[in-house]
Design a binder for this molecule. Structure first.
Ligand code: LHQ
Length: 267
């Protein structure tokens, strides 16, 4: 059994965090196990997401090595006597997923290799997902007698429709990055050796963006799943009212009229 300090160390080593020029880079770093998630790693990831939300204007999440994330560490989940998946999901996965969707800054996920199980669904929770051509998305749960979790049953039908969501979940076959982009599961696919540069460029661009407006846009888009048109139009009006009072809106219009690039401050 691990003591607290040991778990903290394991968490710190398995999640790398760096922040510069308003962009927080978070790397899942347990490449020898395809960055599968242990409990200390989940805690460290939550902490890194909080740090990014507090000090950066965009967050970039990726994985070290040849995989993005293979979901739950199945070694950790083999103590069947003491396993309480309901609790693990509510207390350890849900906070990660809501930290991503509710982050006040855009979250980009650069899927550098296979994304399986909860690893695939953590990626899909991000605002912009790009993947290396060799990456694969596997809703692997049925292979081990589980249902898709970590938000998969929420995002998949919304992103790709019922037929593809059912196929992905019931057959648990890999979906290629190219297929994922074609289906609208992700934003784009790029060549393997171009992923890092493309992700950095997107991250920097978003970090220089009108952060407040991006946050409100994200809020409106995410709310639409549960709203009727009238409610959504009301929400848009309220949030646009807020965006319209920002310095960045003034700067955006001024820059347009002066035919120059805007210098957004994020407020
Ligand atoms: C792993 C893992 C892994 C441990 C690769 N764990 N070691 C579940 C339960 C609890 C609560 C909440 O929710 C969940 C949600 C889930 O996420 S369930 C789904 C868990 N994930 C999977 O079922 C995927 C399991 N992994 C695979 O199917 C394959 O490893 C993939 C397709 C990801 C990669 O295949 P390969 O490229 O052939 O690599 P590999 O299988 O050789 O893996 C490399 C190493 O990583 C290997 O270790 P070893 O010591 O033998 O070299 C694997 O055992 C290890 N690894 N995934 N999830």
């Amino acid at each position: 059994m691990q003591d607290g300090a040991e778990a903290d160390r394991e968490g710190e080593e398995s999640i790398l965090y760096a922040c510069s020029d308003g962009l927080a880079r978070i790397t899942l770093n347990r490449p020898e196990k395809m960055n599968s998630l242990t409990a200390p790693m989940r805690a460290a990831l939550a902490e890194a997401l909080d740090r990014g939300a507090a000090e950066a204007r965009a967050i970039l999440l990726t994985g070290a090595g040849r995989g993005f994330c293979a979901g739950q560490d199945l070694g950790d989940a083999s103590d069947f006597e003491n396993l309480d998946l309901d609790r693990t999901l509510r207390e350890e996965y849900e906070p990660l997923l809501t930290r991503i969707t509710e982050a006040p800054v855009p979250v980009i996920c650069a899927v550098n290799g296979v994304a399986a199980g909860a690893g695939a669904n953590i990626a899909l929770a991000a605002d912009i997902v790009i993947a290396a051509r060799s990456a694969r998305f596997i809703e692997a749960f049925a292979r081990i007698g589980l249902i898709p979790d970590a938000g998969g049953t929420y995002w998949l039908p919304r992103l790709v429709g019922k037929a593809r969501a059912m196929g992905m979940c019931l057959l648990a076959e890999p979906v290629t990055a190219a297929q994922a982009a074609e289906w609208g599961l992700i934003w784009d696919v790029v060549e393997d050796d171009a992923l890092e540069a493309r992700a950095e460029a997107l991250g920097r661009r978003l970090a220089e963006g009108p952060t407040l407006a991006l946050r409100l846009a994200k809020q409106a888009l995410l709310a639409s799943a549960a709203n009727d048109l009238e409610t959504q139009l009301g929400l848009e009006a309220r949030l646009q009212g807020e965006a319209g009072r920002s310095r960045d809106f003034m700067e955006g219009v001024t820059a347009f009229l002066e035919k120059r690039a805007p210098r957004f401050e994020g407020r």
